[in-house]
Every structure is written in C-alpha cells, then in structure tokens.
Design a protein around this ligand. Structure first.
Ligand code: SF4
Length: 427
C-alpha cells in the first residue's frame, strides 16, 4: 500500500486498546488510548483529558469484570447500555466519550459486536451498494485537509461531460446497482446543467440519485430536488465553530448547518459525516459530533480517517487512527440506530482494507467507483486511494466477497432511508 503514512500512525490507534492501559511513559508523552497525542491535539486540552483518563483507569482496574468471557468494566457496560436504550437525540456525550475509548480488547469487541447487532436489527443483515461517479475534480475551495483544494496547483483537474457520466450510470445499471452518487468539488457547475444530468439519469432507470456537490443556495437545492435528486451528502467534518474555522478558509460552520437544514426541509434524504483524527480534533469534539448526528437524525453518515495529503497545509500531520475511526463508526451506529453508514473508501485505503472491520462494527454501505478509469486517479482528496488503476466499475466485482467476508447479504437495490420509508421502503 501507499507509503504516505507516518511510521506508527496506524498502530498508534490499535495498540492501546488491544494491549490494555497506557504505561507511565505514554501518559507523560501524551499518548492516549485513541492514539491522539499532545502534539496533535493541543497541550491544554490533552492535559485535562489525560488526568481524567488516569483516574478512570484506576477505577476501571478496580471494577473490571468478566462479561461473557471478555474483560469489560461496569462503567463501560453501563454507558453502552444507556446509549443503546436512549433515542439518538438524547444521548449523553460523556457516555459517547467513554465508548469511543475502550480500555481493553474485550470492550472493543463488545462495542463493535453490539453495533453490528443493532445494524442487523434496524437495517437488516445486508451491505448495500452505491455507485460513485466523481464528475469533476475542480474546486474553488481551500479546505486545508483536501488534495483538491484550489491552492493545489499540482492537482490534475477534469470535468466530465454529461454523456461520460451517463455512460458510467449505464455501466452501474448493467451491474444491477440502483443508487448513483454524483460527487464533485465545489466547481460552480451551473445548477441547470446538474438538473439536466439528473433528468438524464432518471430517464435511464428508476435510480435513487444522491448529490454530493457541496454548499449551494436553497434555490439550487430546490431545483435539483425537482429534477429528481433523492438524497444529498454534505459532511460537516466538525460542528465546533472554532475547529471548523481552523481547517477551512473563508467558510463557517453556520453556512454548513444552514445548507443541511435547507436540504432537510426540501425533503431530501440527508447524509453528513466527519473525518477522524485531523489536527486539533479531540475525543470530546468527536463525541459532540456524534451526538449532533443523533439530534439531526441523518439518514446517512460517513466516517473516515483523516489522511494527510502532501499538497496541503496538513501534509506533516499524522493520519487518523484506524481503531478510533472504527470505534466512531460503532458508536455512531448505536446512537443513530437505523441510518446508512458507509464503510468508507478512506478506510479501505490504509495499510490494508479496513472496510471489512467497519462492516463488522455496524457499517452497511460500500460505494464502488464508477468514475471513468481515465480520470478517477485525479480525484485525489487524499493520497493512496484504493482501486484507482482498475477499469471503470471494476470495484463492483469485489463486492460479493466483501459482503461475504463481513457475513452480510449483498443488496444492490435503492435502499432508501429507513427513517423515512421503513425497511424495504421506497421513496
Ligand atoms: S473537501 Fe470538497 S470543497 Fe473542500 S477543497 Fe476538497 S473538494 Fe473542495
């Protein structure tokens, strides 16, 4: 796999929970169970957090007991059961912080297993497919974590014409897939062009179509809904205003939230999400973001690790920890209950394919790439993205095996929002 990750970046996240409690030198250095370090998250915040952790560790040792053959503390188990039993809008962020940082392999296994069980109960034991077409790598924004940022003059840009997109859509249809995700940078493509494209896709078949094209006016969103768009993905990345400002240029979280609110009121099935482990993010931020997902009752939530891109201001930052990302997927499942959660491509682009682990932790969506083979390598939000050299749609051939490895049925149908239409329902 790609050699872009800092040495130890992945194991930092895995090592703690699997091995047990951090030792004294790790505490002094600022390494926490989730693999975040003082250097990455700010000394003041982490100093507080590590003190709390030390106290919690002592209590944990005193109270640890065996739960079905696994070592699980009463506090962890109580937090897990509270979150499971509580509607997403009312969960306590303190419980989410506890669950995001299991102290033992037993707690990790229990968390992810219970999340997978909730997925099975709420959404069925299946892995659904969404065909992804990245139709433009042009972007006028300068998000500090993204390789497509406008300031990256070395990025190769492309804009597909409508016929190229429709060709990808026909390929997906040939593979039996009934959901199309149209994604692009914020390239300011005209609203009418996108509306025409939506009509063209709907003329091919009864697809569910998801747009992921960033912040636009309410009028544009309304036009696209009218033209046939069913769903919209807009990751918030963080709901904390200061943290949001620190990773974006000339953008505010208020605008982001306004867009999400517009989309909801226009009747879209709405998706959001976050990166895990970007500079400045703490466990507390992540817990609050997951609580926000519960309050907003999103239909879809994407969670992937931050992966540093060499052409961005965050080029020297460490990648987000895989283990924390998987825990975030599991905790999100327990909070939102019946949303669609992708096993993100970013999780499949690390030192190995962690999408299976995400599926075993409550995720239930995979997005095979149907961007034309000639262009998909250029859609480089982060480096080392998987499967960019295969033919258009070749990913779909691996999906049966991925689902089987996770013990799930493969579902190529529309898989509309369970929240809006129930299990097996259709928009
Ligand atoms: S994250 Fe999206 S909006 Fe931001 S620079 Fe990348 S493509 Fe553009």
């Amino acid at each position: 796999m790609a050699g872009f990750l800092a040495p130890g970046a992945l194991t930092a996240g895995i090592r703690g929970p699997e091995r047990g409690w951090p030792n004294e030198s790790e505490r002094k250095r600022g390494t926490t169970m989730d693999g975040m370090t003082t250097e990455r998250t700010g000394a003041g915040t982490d100093a507080t957090r590590i003190t709390e952790r030390t106290e919690t560790d002592t209590a944990h040792r005193a109270g640890a007991r065996d739960e079905g053959g696994k070592t699980v503390s009463p506090g962890f188990l109580a937090a897990l059961e509270r979150v499971e039993a509580t509607p997403g809008a009312n969960v306590e962020t303190a419980d989410l912080e506890t669950l995001l940082a299991p102290r033992t392999a037993g707690e990790t296994a229990l968390l992810r297993g219970r999340a997978a069980a909730m997925r099975d109960r709420e959404c069925g034991r299946r892995m659904v497919l969404r065909a992804l077409v990245e139709f433009s790598s042009a972007c006028g924004n300068d998000c500090k974590y993204c390789g497509l940022r406008a300031a990256n003059r070395n990025a190769e840009r492309y804009r597909l014409d409508a016929e190229s997109v429709l060709e990808s859509v026909r390929l997906a249809r040939g593979a039996g897939i009934r959901t199309i995700v149209l994604q692009s940078g914020e390239d300011n493509r005209s609203a009418e062009w996108i509306a025409d494209l939506l009509r063209g896709i709907k003329a091919i078949d009864d697809f569910a179509v998801t747009l992921s094209v960033g912040e636009r006016s309410r009028e544009d969103y309304a036009l696209w809904k009218e033209a046939g768009a069913d769903r919209f993905l807009l990751r918030v990345e963080t709901t904390d205003p200061e943290l949001y400002a620190s990773i974006h240029e000339n953008r505010t979280v208020e605008t982001r939230l306004r867009c999400l609110s517009d989309l909801r009121s226009l009747g879209y099935q709405v998706g959001s999400g976050v990166m895990v482990g970007f500079p400045g993010q703490t466990l507390s931020h992540l817990a609050r973001d997951i609580a926000f997902f519960g309050k907003k009752d999103f239909d879809m939530i994407g969670i992937g690790p931050f992966i540093p891109h060499p052409e961005t201001p965050f080029r020297d930052a460490s990648a987000g920890a895989v283990d924390l990302t998987l825990n975030a997927v599991a905790v999100t499942r327990l909070v939102v209950k019946n949303s669609w959660l992708p096993a993100t491509t970013a999780l499949g682009s690390m030192d190995r394919d962690y999408r299976i682990d995400a599926l075993k932790a409550g995720a239930n969506v995979v997005m095979p790439n149907y961007t034309p083979a000639s262009e998909k390598k250029k859609y480089e939000i982060y480096p080392g993205k998987r499967c960019v050299t295969e033919g258009t749609g070749a990913c779909a051939g691996c999906m049966e095996g991925l689902a089987a490895a996770a013990g799930l049925e493969l579902d190529k149908g529309r898989a509309d929002s369970v929240k809006m239409f129930g299990l097996g329902g259709k928009a």
